[in-house]
Write a protein that binds this ligand. Structure first.
Ligand SMILES: Nc1ncnc2c1ncn2[C@@H]1O[C@H](COP(=O)(O)OP(=O)(O)OP(=O)(O)O)[C@@H](O)[C@H]1O
Length: 606
């Protein structure tokens, strides 16, 4: 129950006074319920079922005396009017308290949702490398709604607890022996029901695992739907889906079985207890009708509350693993936190991060990096390099040589285990990382576009961009002509991740977006791989014109792209094996670079 208590504590910190006012409302409502019960007793006396004086109940005789002063013909109507008045009043208050409680909980869940999303965005890149992205979807959707459900149930449990306490107090007032007996029986039953709560917990853990696999699976499948359709993999995916959904169905059915079993046992034992009490009272203790009526009254009021507590406990325990997942994720994000973002309401213009301009050079000093501590080999080893500001550097090498890892190190996404990255002589660290990253525009191999218009996708990085700036950026990336030719032009919706555009068109729009940001460092990670030769040439020429104005770092498998580079760095198995100007490396006929060129030219160079 620890994770739930933690979240209840958070709720207390979040809601403060409002939570306690709500609780007070619940107490008033429950007291009114008790008063409603007390009013029933003189009512029974009037009908003649109950001897109010002989029942030796406190307050009740006084109320009866007071009622006795009323004319006989009004008596019944007065008692019934009080009874109705109290119950309607209680209903009104309960409605108010329910609405307030729900609104309070919803704003708390919204806060949790915001906190998780913010914590994720504040985490460093290394954290994301070790995680499945679908797990975040899972936590932000299904697990969060289970937490919401768990909080609702827990608050209901507290409410029921308060109701029950009031009723126990009242029941003690009416007959302490009988109440003690019920409490002892209730305690014994709750010991017995531990087996059921344990069962609910393990079903809850299984539910978390299954729904995690479900979200991960369907995310993967729909991301890879093209491969599935083109390779006729529909049936194998359908059978995976069917197996998993059957397991989920089985798990849910098991929980309902567990709950109905526990309810059956609870009900049977209650019936046995009521029968036993009535038998004892009538046959052994020989109590009168008045006491007997009391016994039935207390039982029928108190026992359902104990049953409700038991049912709520089982349901809460089922949601426990979701609380744990949320809590674990928040802890991991806390450890991986690399920045503190302002909440949207707290954002000001000044809060925008300042850009750091690279004036002289970017240097890697004896850098080593490995993805996991247990990895025997490093993805980057003994990296020493110098990238002069406003020059163009190309990084080449075979697949898996470490090119992307080197880029991630150079832009401060990952922190080397050994060595340092220096910006104009200053180490790249927490003090300058974000100002530096604000000056970088990064375009990946798999460029990302939102399902929105081209205009919205571009303005994402510069909300105040003018039409002129947008077209200028599009012209840079050789995409102005094709955008102009689209029926809706800049307002064309690009589809999910940009599916309505070709790979090359997507790359060019993302390149335009990168330029719109007016970066001081432009990083292109295979960013022109899908372009035809004509468009590639146009971009190459545009990049040429940028030389001397900003620092460009390019990864390219197609070596024709980097002909204009001032410096080429050749990587192999995480090491720099060659470094120099394009023409210099081209002339080193035994070097890897000239061999790579040779392969791409389709044979030995002439
Ligand atoms: N997230 C990761 N976790 C563990 N190892 C990784 C991860 N990313 C890359 N690696 C490993 O690090 C090494 C370098 O990978 P990297 O992606 O930097 O190569 P690359 O030269 O960019 O390859 P490619 O040209 O195929 O994109 C490879 O051995 C790769 O398996």
């Amino acid at each position: 129950m620890k994770p739930i208590l933690l979240y209840m504590k958070k709720l207390h910190q979040f809601a403060g006074k409002k939570l306690y006012l709500n609780m007070l409302g619940i107490m008033i409502v429950s007291s009114l319920e008790g008063v409603g019960l007390l009013v029933l007793i003189p009512l029974l006396g009037i009908i003649g079922l109950f001897d109010v004086q002989s029942a030796s109940l406190p307050v009740v005789p006084q109320v009866s005396d007071w009622l006795g002063e009323l004319p006989q013909e009004l008596l019944l109507a007065a008692v019934l009017a009080i009874f109705i008045g109290i119950n309607v009043g209680q209903g009104l208050l309960q409605r108010q308290q329910t609405n307030q409680g729900f609104a309070l909980l919803q704003s708390f869940v919204t806060k949790l949702r915001m906190d998780i999303y913010q914590a994720l965005l504040q985490s460093n890149w290394a954290f994301f490398l070790g995680k499945r992205k679908s797990d975040f979807n899972h936590i932000l959707s299904s697990e969060l709604s289970r937490v919401n459900q768990g909080m609702q149930l827990s608050l209901r449990l507290v409410t029921t607890g308060i109701f029950t306490l009031v009723q126990i107090g009242l029941a003690f007032y009416l007959s302490y022996q009988l109440t003690l007996l019920i409490l002892v029986c209730g305690g014994l039953l709750s010991l017995f029901s531990r087996k059921y709560t344990r069962g609910a917990r393990s079903l809850g853990t299984r539910l978390t695992e299954l729904s995690q696999s479900y979200v991960a699976g369907i995310t993967d499948h729909f991301n890879g739907i093209k491969e599935i359709k083109s390779n006729r993999l529909e049936e194998s995916h359908l059978s995976w889906f069917s197996k998993l959904t059957q397991q989920m169905e089985h798990n849910n059915v098991q929980f309902v079985k567990l709950q109905s079993n526990s309810q059956l046992i609870f009900k049977s034992i209650s019936a046995l207890m009521i029968a036993g009490c009535v038998f004892l009272s009538v046959q052994v203790l020989q109590v009168g009708v008045a006491q007997l009526t009391l016994i039935v009254l207390i039982f029928t009021r108190l026992w359902p509350k104990l049953t409700l507590i038991q049912t709520s406990m089982e349901q809460i325990v089922l949601t426990l693993p979701a609380f744990k997942s949320l809590n674990d994720l928040m802890k991991e994000c806390g450890v991986a936190e690399e920045m503190q973002l302002n909440k949207p309401a707290e954002r000001t213009e000044q809060a925008e991060p300042a850009q750091l301009k690279l004036v002289h050079e970017l240097v890697c000093q004896d850098v080593y990096y490995r993805y996991r501590e247990q990895d025997e080999t490093y993805a980057l080893k003994h990296i020493n390099l110098r990238i002069p500001a406003n020059s163009m550097t190309a990084i080449v090498g075979k697949s898996g040589a470490g090119k992307s890892t080197l880029i991630d190190t150079l832009i401060g996404l990952i922190v080397p285990q050994h060595g340092a990255v220096l910006l104009d002589g200053a180490p790249l660290d927490d003090s300058n990382r974000f100002a530096y990253r604000s000056a970088v525009s990064y375009v990946s191999q798999d460029p990302f576009l939102f399902n929105a218009s081209i205009r919205e996708n571009l303005k994402l990085v510069l909300p105040g961009a003018t039409e002129e700036q947008l077209w200028e950026a599009l012209a840079f990336s050789a995409s102005d002509a094709f955008v102009r030719a689209l029926p809706q032009g800049l307002d064309t919706i690009v589809g999910d991740r940009g599916v309505r555009l070709s790979g090359g068109e997507r790359q060019r729009i993302v390149l335009a977006r990168a330029m719109l940001r007016q970066p001081s460092i432009l990083v292109l990670d295979e960013a022109t791989s899908s372009l035809d030769s004509e468009n590639e040439l146009k971009i190459q020429q545009a990049l040429e014109q940028l030389k001397g104005k900003l620092t460009i770092i390019v990864i390219a498998h197609r070596l024709s792209t980097i002909r204009g580079a001032d410096q080429v760095i050749v990587l192999e198995e995480g090491r720099i094996i060659q470094q120099g100007g394009y023409n210099q490396l081209y002339r080193e006929s035994k070097g890897t670079f000239s061999k790579l060129l040779e392969y791409q030219a389709g044979g030995p160079m002439g």
